[in-house]
Design a protein around this ligand. Sequence first.
Ligand code: NAD
Length: 357
Amino acid sequence: MSKKILVVAGDGIGPEIVAEAMKVLDVLQSDGTLELSVENALIGGAAYDAAGDPLPQQTLDAAKASDAVLLGAVGGPQWESLPIAKRPEKGLLGLRAELGLFANLRPAILYPQLADASTLKPEIVSGLDILIVRELTGGIYFGQPRGVETLPSGERRGVNTLVYTESEVERICRVAFDIAMKRGKRVCSVDKANVLECTEMWREVAIRTVADYPEIELTHMYVDNAAMQLVRAPKQFDVMVTTNMFGDILSDCAAMLTGSIGMLPSASLNAAGQGMYEPIHGSAPDIAGRGVANPLATILSVAMMLRYSLDAPAAAERIEAAVSRVLDQGLRTADIMSAGMRQVGSSEMGDAVVAAL
Ligand code: NAD
């Protein structure tokens, strides 16, 4: 059955990298692997310029009606002076919220060919394959009460609230356990149960929920130790599951273990399995329009889309294998370039992945 995808390229390098990802999807469509109907829509600064709104209703409606959304990136200096509600980033946050994308999946994979790109020693990171499952719609980023008030003394007092219900914890744990069943069957739940009651409950719910997954080995780690372990011995982890804020911080740390922001995809899923897929990097205004951006994170986001929303895991593996083959051939965009390799632009990299497919 034909699946519907919405493509929102966004700003900066967004359109350049999405164009390369679309070449890959086009091959899979023309060789009969996939049957897709593809729609394009505006988001971010591009949508503000065209329609005065970073998330036009038309884009939102199209996203809700699709099986999956492929996003490039949003933002740029030309929109930074707009009121917050009109800024490009608001379009992206609005889309995540409106689609109820509560589960953020961020793999940190280091292709052995790129071990030299990490700031850590190659033996610590070579072959790294971690998946961080971050809760995305709850926790301290959304909890009430929040804000800054002025006390009678004239001093200001700022408040944010860490809040989770048991059902919110259970559903994100289930996402992590389900995915771990298809990987190494090991999940580390990261909390701060020694200090924060809310995450003490998180730990209890994780333990209760894993009873439905007898094959999963569940461990627990305080977030401070998890940060340390990620840079000390990251290969000890398979899947990590954690709160919105801890996941925000730990996933950036894990991303940098791989040393190449242009290589890392992400997925955000809702309860219906609908998902939004995007590279973890931003719109890179400093290199936009020059044809040098690395399109591999976006191409690998397509692979995640095939795996998690379009039920085409074999096609996902084909894309990942093609990326690996291109790296074996020594092709590198500027961000991952090293001695003895051949530097290519975005388009040549996209073409090479297509050829390797
Ligand atoms: P960024 O990720 O855009 O860029 C950081 C650095 O990494 C830059 O030097 C950039 O050239 C480089 N880089 C990023 N992607 C690359 C790629 N594919 N290939 C090669 N090099 C790449 O982060 P930033 O500079 O902090 O933010 C720029 C804009 O992007 C801002 O407006 C920010 O708000 C926005 N942003 C958007 C998202 C998103 O759309 N999800 C995420 C982060 C930042």
